[in-house]
Design a binder for this molecule. Structure first.
Ligand SMILES: *[C@@H]1O[C@H](CO)[C@@H](O)[C@H](O)[C@H]1NC(C)=O
Ligand SMILES: *[C@@H]1O[C@H](CO)[C@@H](O)[C@H](O)[C@H]1NC(C)=O
Ligand SMILES: *[C@@H]1O[C@H](CO)[C@@H](O)[C@H](O)[C@H]1NC(C)=O
Ligand SMILES: *[C@@H]1O[C@H](CO)[C@@H](O)[C@H](O)[C@H]1NC(C)=O
Length: 505
């Protein structure tokens, strides 16, 4: 355990120093950056990391940094800041300069001895510190958890008129006066203190949960009339002998009376009056024997006198036992951890976990950088490919150019040029010459076309004449036919005449 811890711490220091002297700031909610996680060993380094998020930050998580000091002016005054988590550090001094906009502060697992709850705070958590004094700058605290501290009295919460939840378990408180508790209180945990006396008569009508277990109460007296509506009442592991209040607790849902020093009669009366049905099992009796209700109790005519004698005997025995302990050392087999024992290494464990956070944050950054690098590589590769392609194209173009230059050179020579010239000059000359040639050719073509047109006109004329000739021929033929007909007619007549002549003759 020890070496592991030391190694862990060593790696933490390494990582933190590796991460340069600047605080590591990351946004838990990537884009909006309202919830910041800051890893640093010194709150003086925070401003540099926080600067860009000052306007947006609504919660700042500084847990597990092993910070010994906290200067609030740079963090605690961020304009939108509502929640500040300073748990698992090594803070010794009271907080400085927390702005009134901060509503929730978690100081669990630090080394604080005194703290003043800042004015705007509604939820204040400072479990497992060394607090012996707590004061309030304001009056609006709703939830206060000071479990596992060194308070020897209930802090002055008489002005906290909005307080609903109060946890003062595992302290060194010896008395409760209900008159100084706010009426708004609904949950009150005073378990594991040294309470031997309750007093007061203020009616806390909202109180539903009251835990007074593991104290040294000997009596439940009429001060309990202050909690008429209690639903859950925990009184186990005290030295209670009697209940003297005649009050009926009509809202009771759950009650624990085990591990006390009950007088059987008193217990019976209370259980019957309050109609208590279900009680937790009581496996073995510290005092007395198992009674009708399943609770241990002692039948006695003088309950207190008996017990005074017994307590004296026990003290004597305890003295003897402790001198035995000194001789033989503690009996480890019988050691039962108290619920108030804090794991003192916890703060280092959490800091180690935070160091892993650093590593994972760094790893994340590295991963992101690697991603960018890969992208760059990919781009570079693309560019290289493109370059190769362009070079290839260039080579091809060069070849084509060479071919072309050769070709032009040849044309140049063919066209009868002799004076050496650059290819483009050559080309120009060739084109000029070709243009001239083309012009001549064009003129020739036009001439030919003109001739052709004349020819066509001649042909047309001839065709016309031919048509005319045809026409005349047709007419001539008609005439001939007509004359032939006439001739034929004449011949016929001549023939007739001849025949007639012949007959006369
Ligand atoms: C503060 O941080 C600790 C460690 O991460 C966490 O367990 C705790 O719930 C946080 N406190 C609040 C009020 O969120
Ligand atoms: C107060 O803190 C203790 C220790 O962390 C925890 O067990 C308890 O539940 C808290 N009380 C309330 C009311 O949340
Ligand atoms: C003292 O020691 C005895 C035996 O070891 C044990 O039974 C007894 O409960 C102890 N008394 C006290 C008050 O611790
Ligand atoms: C004229 O007419 C006759 C009878 O119709 C015919 O036999 C003859 O060939 C014709 N002569 C000519 C020149 O057309």
């Amino acid at each position: 355990m020890g070496t592991k811890l030391v190694l862990g711490l060593w790696s933490l220091l390494c990582v933190v120093s590796l991460a340069s002297s600047k605080a590591i700031v990351s946004c838990k909610d990537k884009t909006t950056c309202r919830n910041l996680r800051i890893i640093t060993s010194n709150s003086n380094e925070i401003p540099s990391g926080l600067a860009q998020h000052r306007q947006s930050a609504e919660s700042i998580d500084l847990h597990g940094n092993l910070m010994e000091r906290f200067f609030g002016q740079d963090v605690g005054t961020a304009s939108q800041l509502k929640a500040l988590n300073l748990s698992y550090n090594l803070l010794k001094d009271d907080l400085q300069a927390i702005g009134n906009q901060v509503q929730e502060i978690d100081l669990t697992y630090n080394q604080l001895r005194y703290v003043m709850v800042p004015r705007g705070v509604r939820i204040f958590l400072a479990m497992r510190n060394k607090l012996s004094r707590v004061t309030f700058a304001g009056t609006i605290v709703e939830e206060l958890n000071l479990s596992k501290n060194q308070l020897d009295r209930i802090p002055d919460i008489s002005r906290q008129s909005k307080m609903v939840t109060l946890d003062l378990s595992c302290n060194e408180i010896s008395e409760v006066n209900f008159d100084y508790l706010p009426r708004s209180l609904s949950y009150l945990n005073l378990a594991n203190n040294r309470i031997f006396q309750t007093s007061g008569d203020r009616i806390l009508s909202s109180l539903q949960y009251l835990d007074l277990s593991s104290n040294i109460l000997t009596i439940v007296d009429k001060s309990f009339n202050s909690v008429p509506n209690v639903k859950e009442l925990y009184l186990q592991n005290n030295e209670i002998v009697m209940i003297t209040t005649e009050k009926t607790f009509s809202s009771l849902k759950s009650i624990d009376l085990r591990e006390n020093d009950w007088d059987c009669n008193s217990l019976k009366v209370f259980i019957e009056r309050n109609n208590v049905r279900k009680l937790p099992d009581n496996p073995s009796c510290k005092y007395g024997s198992l009674g009708t209700n399943g609770l241990c109790c002692i039948q006695s005519s003088a309950p207190y006198a008996d017990r005074v004698i017994r307590y004296n005997k026990r003290q004597h025995e305890a003295l003897q036992n402790s001198s035995m302990h000194q001789q033989r050392g503690p009996n480890c087999a019988n050691y039962k951890p108290s619920p108030c024992d804090g794991d003192d290494n916890k703060v280092y464990e959490v800091a180690n976990a935070a160091a892993n956070d650093v590593q994972s944050l760094v790893a994340q950054d590295k991963e992101a950088l690697q991603g960018i690098l890969n992208q760059q590589r990919y781009l570079l590769e693309n560019k290289q490919n493109e370059k190769a392609r362009i070079e290839n194209e260039n080579n091809q173009l060069q070849t084509t150019l060479n071919d072309l230059t050769g070709y032009i050179g040849k044309l140049y020579q063919d066209d009868g040029f002799k004076v050496p010239a650059k290819p483009d000059e050559q080309l120009k000359q060739i084109f000029t010459k070709r243009d001239a040639d083309n012009k001549a050719t064009l003129e020739q073509v036009i001439e030919e076309e003109r001739k052709l047109q004349n020819l066509q006109e001649d042909i047309a004329k001839i065709e016309e004449e031919l048509q005319d000739l045809d026409y005349r021929k047709e007419r001539l033929l008609g005439d001939i036919n007509a004359r032939n007909a006439t001739v034929v007619e004449h011949e016929k007549k001549i023939k007739e005449l001849q025949e007639k002549i012949d007959k006369r003759g």
